[in-house]
Design a protein. Structure first.
Ligand SMILES: [Fe+2]
Length: 423
């Protein structure tokens, strides 16, 4: 192919990808009723309608305003409402009050999306060969995929607050059971490389690729199950400070935690709230919706520890990037070895807590301008999670992908993989 033909083919691919990912957001809203779009059940949760508008604002602000000649924003006032945290862009409507906004209406927000989609499609036709523009649109699409996961996490939390336990979508299959796991995976350690390699897209926090020293380590060949975690719960661990970090124990007491976020005990039996509604706890499925504090306490109770992010990434290097992602439609972690799951459950199902603080890699450079606020300013007091979950898009994931949460958070799909030092 000649260079111009190659460029034209690339433009078509980006235009197709833009349409496909924008359509996915709309498709994720299909099971929802108008009332569902508005509620904010806690400060960390955003209403569905806010997600839909915010990702659209992102394209308007970082793609259309600077690059589409003569572009006039759909409504100048949306900037204040739908800017999440970009101080370089301007003031923001307070995050904990996003649920107060009943206007613009859901209908108006869908019209906002349509207008911006048309403008981006037109811009791609005219200027799709501009690499800087293609890079920004690719960032906008990865940002939208992050918000698709947030949308599902958030609507799950909204529904969990309702004693009717509504289902986002009914379950299609009967609960799967697990197959026998391999023995723990053994690694010699040594000088390894971590971080994103290559020229294709990654977030700034995955660069630069750099050397890291690992001692020999062992990694469990699957995630911790509900059944195993239930033993921890039944042992009285939530009433016993011995295995908890000080901040973790303080949180257990303050919040009155007795089990993972969506576990419900009824007449001595355990259930779990899922996007399919309230279901009997499947002992073979990975435990999900635990905080870093709970993951760390469970590891300590087990006589083990959580892996570092470097250990996790090194272990993943020869594992196919496949697993139970959003694309499988399960919307919930599946037992190890279930159809659609990945090898050793390393990818998909649940994000895996690591013991690594979320901080800059050696040589990290924050991008210039407002986009520099995307990741860099959050590198404090959070822990890194790896591997993606059942609500993450498969083509959004990379071995080097670093997600991050505060240690007390547990509304995200996070689970536990144990590691240990060989004796
Ligand atoms: Fe965002």
């Amino acid at each position: 192919m000649r260079a111009t033909e190659q460029q034209a083919a690339q433009n078509v691919r980006l235009a197709d990808r833009f349409k496909r990912i924008r359509d996915t957001s709309r498709r994720l809203c299909e099971p929802l009723e108008p009332e569902d779009f508005v509620v904010q059940s806690m400060p960390d949760v955003s209403p569905t309608r806010w997600h839909l508008a915010h990702v659209t604002w992102f394209f308007e602000t970082f793609v259309l305003r600077p690059h589409a000649e003569g572009y006039r924003p759909v409504d100048e006032r949306y900037e204040y409402l739908f800017n999440s945290y970009y101080n370089a862009v301007g003031e923001q409507f307070p995050r904990p009050r996003r649920g107060m906004l009943t206007r613009p209406t859901v209908r108006e927000i869908f019209a906002y999306r349509d207008a911006v989609d048309e403008a981006v499609a037109r811009l791609l036709e005219q200027r799709g060969d501009d690499p800087a523009l293609a890079e920004l649109i690719t960032l906008g699409l990865n940002h939208e995929q992050q918000h698709q996961e947030l949308l599902l996490m958030d609507i799950k939390h909204v529904f969990s607050c309702n004693p009717l336990y509504p289902a986002y979508r009914p379950a299609e299959d009967s609960p799967a059971t697990s197959v026998q796991a391999d023995p723990a995976l053994e690694f010699e350690g040594g000088l390894v490389e971590v971080g994103h390699a290559g020229e294709d897209f990654c977030f700034d926090n995955e660069r630069p690729r750099h050397k890291s020293w690992l001692e020999a380590y062992r990694l469990a060949s699957r995630m911790v199950t509900n059944g195993e975690y239930l033993e921890f719960v039944s042992s009285g661990a939530y009433r016993d400070p011995r295995h908890w970090l000080a901040d973790g124990w303080a949180t257990v007491r303050e919040e009155g935690w007795k089990a993972p976020l969506y576990w419900v005990e009824r007449d001595g039996s355990w259930f779990e709230f899922t996007l399919h509604g309230l279901e009997p706890l499947n002992p073979d499925a990975p435990v999900c919706h635990v905080s870093y504090f709970e993951a760390d306490a469970f590891a300590s109770w087990s006589g083990k520890r959580l892996p570092t992010e470097q250990e996790w990434e090194h272990a993943s290097s020869d594992i196919e990037l496949a697993g139970n992602f959003l694309d499988s439609g399960a919307l919930h972690p599946l037992p190890h070895g279930a159809d659609g799951g990945g090898r050793h459950q390393l990818f998909g199902d649940c994000w895996e807590w690591t013991r690594s603080p979320y901080t800059a890699y050696p040589g990290y450079a924050r991008p210039d301008g407002a986009i520099g606020e995307y990741n860099g300013k959050f590198m404090c007091n959070q822990f890194v999670c790896r591997g993606g979950a059942a609500v993450t898009s498969h083509d959004h994931m990379r071995r080097s992908y670093r997600n991050f949460f505060y240690p007390s958070m547990r509304w995200q799909f996070t689970g536990i993989r144990l590691a240990e030092d060989p004796r």
